[in-house]
Design a protein around this ligand. Structure first.
Ligand code: BGC
Length: 417
């Protein structure tokens, strides 16, 4: 009888007296760190779409840009044997958790929807463990951007967005001479590391970036190009206002918005803040890549942790499928400031910064100048990244020489490996 009942439609079940078990609609508890204006708007789109599809969403936000606090909370939850269903997690972190046996795969969904054919191979690789999808990407964020307030530039007599570090330095000096803040920055380790990696790419180029920040090559870490990168970082430190310490990144964005500062160097989640405040790119704010060749890649994804129970498993599959749907990828990324992870979503409704990001991404893949973000956990294990963050922040907040910084960076990385 049970088998017979199980294979009937709901109406027939009732008329034949079979008990009607509620069909799982899917529940997810989602751990993420999207709490700023633009971020909250974007994750709100995900929640809404999931609920519209009949699912139940339990929100677990852990504030803290760059996700360091969220990752600490995640570890505690897993150790306590109570992982969230889905977690905003990326890069090698996905592989690390998969190796620990902490993840469920969503490969059946990925195969059915043919994710391989719509994702750039560089992203598909990150989402898989031993050939099976354990994560779904929502976007492609570019880290190497300068955001600027055109009114401030005009007041300071800066006519063009800078295209070299020399031009950036000269423009910043003009802004300071006009009595305004040149560089809005938040003194938190991940933000310092964001500046640092953009400078390393600009000063050393993509091959040097890879040697130093991905392959962790000692010669690159301690050599003359790294010293020159620290020199430029020291120069940038001089463009920051005295109250930068501990400031959240979105407050730095607000300084540019309000015309208190000329520039912010930050990934395009900053654009999400401008857009959430109703600002128009090209009019109220400007975007340009940081000087130098290449593209620093950051991609947000959701990873599915080992939970049991039909309701949770249905929730994971539903969320995975939704994240990868073209409609959602468009809506979400219009709010988040990023571009879709899928390659087949038309960008007609996206702004000029997003279109530039896409064109530069395609060019960077072709010329092999796409590099993964160290600061945003796309490049190296967390433990080694931690050494970079500590050293770069110490440099930024002291009078350490560039030579000492490069030497100590080499030592710290060697210790961590
Ligand atoms: C994430 C973004 C987020 C930013 C600031 C980055 O690491 O990839 O999605 O907006 O941190 O919190």
């Amino acid at each position: 009888m049970r088998f017979f009942c199980r294979n009937l439609a709901a109406g027939a079940l009732i008329s034949l007296g079979c008990s009607v078990a509620a069909q799982a609609q899917g529940t997810v508890e989602v751990l993420h760190w999207w709490t700023s204006g633009g971020e909250a708007k974007a994750v709100g789109e995900l929640k809404k779409s999931f609920e519209d599809a009949g699912g139940t969403w339990i929100d677990s936000p852990i504030a803290g840009g760059g996700g360091d606090a969220a990752m600490t909370a995640l570890r505690a939850r897993v150790v306590a044997g109570n992982p969230p269903t889905a977690v905003q997690l990326k890069g090698p972190g996905i592989q690390e958790w998969a190796r620990e046996g902490a993840l469920n795969d969503v490969d059946a969904v990925a195969q059915e929807e043919n994710w391989d054919s719509v994702l750039p191979p560089v992203l598909a690789k990150i989402m898989k463990y031993e050939g099976e999808y354990v994560a779904a990407p929502v976007n492609i964020h570019r880290v190497d951007w300068i955001w600027a307030n055109p009114d401030v530039l005009e007041k300071a007599g800066v006519e063009e967005m800078p295209t070299t570090w020399e031009e950036f330095n000269a423009a910043s000096e003009k802004v300071q001479a006009a009595g305004l803040i040149a560089l809005a920055h938040g003194g938190q380790p991940w933000q310092d590391a964001t500046l640092f990696e953009d400078v390393v790419l600009g000063v050393g180029g993509p091959d040097f970036y890879r040697k130093a920040l991905v392959d962790l090559d000692q010669e690159a870490l301690t050599g003359a190009t790294m010293v020159a990168s620290f020199d430029q970082l020291r120069t940038l430190r001089g463009f920051v206002d005295p109250n930068f310490s501990g400031r959240d990144w979105n407050l730095a964005t607000a300084m540019v918005m309000r015309g208190e500062a000329a520039f912010q160097i930050m990934g395009d989640w900053a654009k999400g803040e401008f857009l959430a405040a109703g600002k128009v790119p090209g009019e109220d704010f400007l975007c340009a890549p940081t000087p130098g060749e290449g593209f620093v890649l950051n991609s947000d994804s959701f990873t599915f942790f080992k939970v049991a129970g039909e309701e949770n498993l249905v929730g994971q599959k539903k969320l995975a499928s939704l994240i990868m749907s073209p409609g959602f990828q468009k809506t979400f990324n219009l709010a988040k400031g990023s571009i879709p992870a899928r390659t087949d979503v038309p960008l007609d409704d996206f702004d000029t910064c997003a279109k530039r990001s896409h064109a530069d991404l395609v060019a960077a893949i072709e010329s092999d100048s796409l590099v993964p973000s160290m600061a945003h956990e796309m490049a190296i294990p967390r433990s080694v990244r931690g050494e970079f963050l500590d050293l770069v922040t110490e440099f930024f907040n002291s009078d350490m020489s560039s030579e000492d910084a490069a030497k100590r960076l080499g030592e710290a990385v060697a210790r961590a490996m």
